[in-house]
Design a protein around this ligand. Structure first.
Ligand SMILES: Nc1ncnc2c1ncn2[C@@H]1O[C@H](COP(=O)(O)OP(=O)(O)OP(=O)(O)O)[C@@H](O)[C@H]1O
Length: 410
């Protein structure tokens, strides 16, 4: 008997529930798609494209709507000989300046053998190279800058590029920027001149409500799963849980996928509400674990301090009890400890992320009001993460210290 064989019970095509699957149609976004389509209309007319800025929280359909419309646009303009459309898609994750974005765009536009180094040129030189590439390409060039907020304050490119034609740098090339962001503070923090240039057309994607998520899930489940696999109430539950939490379609789809995966691993033929609830817990666990791994070193040390108290059953603990543990953990790894107030900021952050639990205690006039902290996640999960911390540069002696505390406490 083979060790592996094909799924015949739960998934028909599980890729349909994955992030990179492009659905044939976009559900529940008619207004946004109409506005987006109108904003793209000048491209079809062979005119200078407008700059478009899409914003909204994570998982609300900004990317999928953009891919959908640009695919149609690309196909539909083929009918017109006088429209020559190119689309460049750049994810700005880790690109924290206009220079880096421009240099990466140059490389997107150049053939593999003619790539430039992304450091070492004066900024204007890089902008000129970009104009040269756009001019060489000619026609309409839509430049999609996903996660555009990573560019931060260093945003010269975002008003230089839209004005390149007006300023005489381009004649054959007609660039248009489509900026996508889930960082609301980026939009509100844009200087007026960048805002004017970049946000000619703004389209806001709001979080989905449960009924909208249900229709997105319905569309995917029909293709992804075998018939009659879902017990009644499974899709509404996935939709309701995601709507209550973030309103993200990604979260709803992840829940359904994980619930199906759990059913598959149990060799059962139906996905039930219990699978969804278990999936929610497993995903939450994964999210918190990831949050812990991504903390800064002082975040890790603050967490280790609370962990060591928890292992000795000394929690909930006050900041003045946590601080000495934190300080010795920091000294142990050869890092200057932060002052108590700054360490307290880390504890507050950990509480906001759901890793620590914070309570207020009030001891009347004499004792005053103070906070106590405890782990809000299982001790094993924290020790697990602490064990793995070598991969995120936490010095191994802190890991050992936590392990020793662990051993002596059990
Ligand atoms: N209206 C929709 N119809 C069908 N599928 C959708 C819809 N909205 C979102 N999705 C699906 O949900 C997932 C997340 O959507 P998408 O990547 O477009 O979100 P986003 O707003 O771009 O998020 P982020 O800001 O994190 O990049 C994708 O799998 C996408 O296919």
């Amino acid at each position: 008997m083979p060790l592996f064989d094909r799924d015949t019970t739960i998934f028909r095509d599980e890729d349909v529930l994955r992030e990179d699957y492009q659905p044939d149609s976009i559900q529940e976004r008619d207004e946004e798609l109409d506005a987006y389509k109108t904003a793209l209309q000048p491209v079809v007319n062979g005119a200078q494209p407008r700059n478009i800025f899409l914003y909204g929280k994570t998982g609300v359909g900004k990317t999928v709507a953009t891919r959908f419309l640009l695919d149609h646009l690309r196909r539909d303009v083929e009918e017109y000989d006088d429209v020559d459309l190119s689309i460049v898609w750049l994810n700005c994750n880790n690109l924290t300046s206009s220079y880096q974005v421009a240099a990466n765009l140059v490389n997107e536009l150049r053939p593999p053998g003619e790539q430039i180094s992304t450091t070492g040129y004066p900024q204007q030189k890089i902008f000129d190279m970009l104009y040269d590439e756009l001019e060489r390409l000619g026609g309409t060039v839509l430049i999609v800058l996903d996660e555009i907020d990573h560019i931060g304050d260093d945003d010269d490119l975002l008003y230089e590029l839209p004005r390149a034609r007006a300023n005489g740098y381009l004649s054959a090339g007609k660039p248009g920027i489509i900026g996508i962001s889930n960082d609301f503070s980026f939009r509100s923090g844009l200087s007026p001149k960048v805002k004017d240039a970049l946000c000619e057309e703004e389209i806001h994607f709001s979080p989905y409500v449960a009924s909208e998520l249900e229709s997105i899930l319905d569309q995917r489940a029909a293709k992804a799963l075998h018939e009659d696999v879902l017990a009644e109430g499974v899709l509404p539950l996935c939709a309701a849980l995601a709507a209550q939490d973030t309103g993200s379609a990604r979260q709803a789809l992840d829940l359904l996928y994980k619930a199906g995966d759990l059913a598959r691993s149990q060799d059962v033929t139906q996905v039930t509400e219990k699978h969804v609830r278990d999936a929610q817990r497993a995903l939450e666990r994964g999210r918190i674990k990831q949050g812990m791994v991504e903390l800064t070193q002082h975040g890790h040390l603050s967490l280790v301090a609370v962990l060591s108290l928890a292992l000795e059953e000394e929690t909930p603990a006050r900041v003045r009890e946590i601080y000495p543990r934190y300080r010795s953990a920091a000294e142990y790894v050869g890092t200057n400890p932060l002052v108590r107030r700054r360490m307290h900021d880390h504890l507050s952050d950990l509480a906001m992320q759901g890793i620590l639990h914070r309570n207020t205690r009030n001891e009347g006039r004499a004792g005053g009001k103070y906070y106590v902290y405890d782990l809000d996640v299982a001790v094993e999960m924290v020790t697990d993460v602490v064990d793995d911390l070598e991969t995120v540069d936490l010095p191994p002696n802190v890991v050992r210290q936590a392990e020793q505390t662990d051993l002596t406490a059990h």
